[in-house]
Design a protein around this ligand. Structure first.
Ligand code: T3D
Length: 270
C-alpha cells in the first residue's frame, strides 16, 4: 500500500511526531537545552516508537532534533546530586536501555538526521539508528567522561564496531568533539550533507525507504545486527531462514515481476 502523502502533526511538547506518507518523523523538541532528555522526553519517545511499531502505514522513521542541537544526552538538571545513593544503573534499566532495544528491534528502518551537536546519550541514540546522516555542521561528543561517567546507550558496543577500538577509545577517553565529516570518514555515520540541503536529503532517503519492501528492510536489519554475535555458520543459517520467510512475501513476487517487465516495483510492504 502506498500511503497518500498527508501532513499531520501531533503533540506539542517534548517530542513532535509528523506523518507524511509512510514516514513518521520524530523530532526531539527541547531546543533551549539542545534537546536534552528528561523523563517526559523518554515517555514521548517510547510512545512515538510504539506508534511506529504498531501502525502498518508507517514504513520508515526519521529521528531528528529541533533547533541547533540534535540531543545533548541526559538532562543534567534532572538528577538529585544531593541524594545519598546515586543509582544511575536504575535509570538505564528503566529508561535508556529499553529505548535502545526498541529502536534496534523495530522491523522498519530508522534514519537518524543529526541536525546539530549529538552529545552523551544523544550521540549514542544516533549510532543506535539504522542509517545515520548528519548536517555538515553537526558533531558527535562522547561527553560522559567530561562528567566522570562511562559511555552508555550502547556506545561501548557501537563505537568499536563502527570505528575500531583505538578511535572508540580515544573518543570515549577524551570526550573530544568529532565533526560530521570525520564521523563519515571514520564510518560512524553514512553521509553528511551541506546544511542547506540536509533536511531535504533526509526526506528523500526516508521517502525512498518508505516505498521500499518494508518486510525485507526489517529482516535486513535483523540479519545485520545478529552478525555481531554470530559465527559465519550461524549467519548463513540465519540468512537461509530469513530468505525463506521473505521469499514467501508479495514484495518478492512484485520485485521480480517489475524487473522482468522493466518497470519500477510497487512494493506494498507485505
Ligand atoms: O543520569 C543518567 O541517567 C545517566 C545517563 C547518562 C546519559 C548521558 O547522556 S550523560 C551525558 C550528559 N550530557 C552531557 O554531559 C552534555 C552536556 N552538554 C554539553 O556538553 C554542551 O552543552 C554541548 C556540547 C551539548 C553544547 O555546547 P554549547 O557550548 O554549544 O551550548 P551550551 O551553552 O553548553 O548549551 C546550551 C544550553 O543547553 C545551556 O543552557 P543555558 O545556559 O542557555 O540556559 C546548557 O546548560 C543546556 N544544556 C546542554 N546540555 C544539557 C543542557 N541542560 C541540561 N542537560 C544537558 N545535558
Amino acid at each position: 500500500m502506498r500511503a497518500v502523502a498527508t501532513r499531520e502533526e501531533t503533540a506539542v511538547t517534548e517530542v513532535l511526531t509528523t506523518r507524511e506518507g509512510g514516514v513518521l518523523t520524530i523530532t526531539l523538541n527541547r531546543p533551549e537545552v539542545f534537546n536534552a532528555l528528561n523523563a517526559a522526553t523518554h515517555k514521548a519517545l517510547n510512545a512515538a516508537l510504539e506508534e511506529a511499531r504498531s501502525d502498518d502505514a508507517v514504513r520508515a522513521v526519521v529521528l531528528t532534533g529541533a533547533g541547533r542541537g540534535f540531543c545533548a544526552g541526559q538532562d543534567l538538571t534532572e538528577r538529585d546530586m544531593n541524594a545519598k545513593d546515586i543509582d544511575l544503573g536504575g535509570g538505564l534499566d528503566a529508561r535508556y536501555n529499553p529505548l535502545i532495544r526498541r529502536m534496534r528491534a523495530l522491523e522498519k528502518p530508522i534514519v537518524c538526521a543529526v541536525n546539530g551537536v549529538a552529545a552523551g546519550a544523544g550521540a549514542n541514540f544516533a549510532l543506535a539508528c539504522d542509517l545515520v546522516i548528519a548536517a555538515r555542521s553537526a558533531s558527535f561528543i562522547q561527553a560522559f567522561v567530561k562528567i566522570g561517567l562511562v559511555p552508555d546507550c550502547g556506545g561501548s558496543f557501537f563505537l568499536p564496531r563502527l570505528a575500531g577500538t583505538q578511535r572508540a577509545m580515544a573518543l570515549a577517553m577524551t570526550g573530544d568533539r568529532l565533526s560530521a565529516e570525520d564521523a563519515e570518514r571514520w564510518g560512524l555515520i553514512w553521509k553528511c550533507f551541506d546544511d542547506p540541503v540536509f533536511m531535504s536529503e533526509a526526506e528523500k532517503i526516508s521517502r525512498a525507504l518508505a516505498s521500499g519492501p518494508t518486510r525485507s528492510l526489517g529482516l535486513i536489519k535483523k540479519a545485520m545486527y545478529a552478525s555481531a554475535g554470530n559465527t559465519l555458520a550461524a549467519q548463513l543459517d540465519l540468512e537461509r531462514d530469513l530468505q525463506r520467510e521473505i521469499g514467501r512475501g508479495k514484495d518478492y513476487r512484485e520485485g521480480v515481476a517489475a524487473f522482468l517487465e522493466k518497470r519500477k516495483p510497487n512494493f506494498t510492504g507485505t
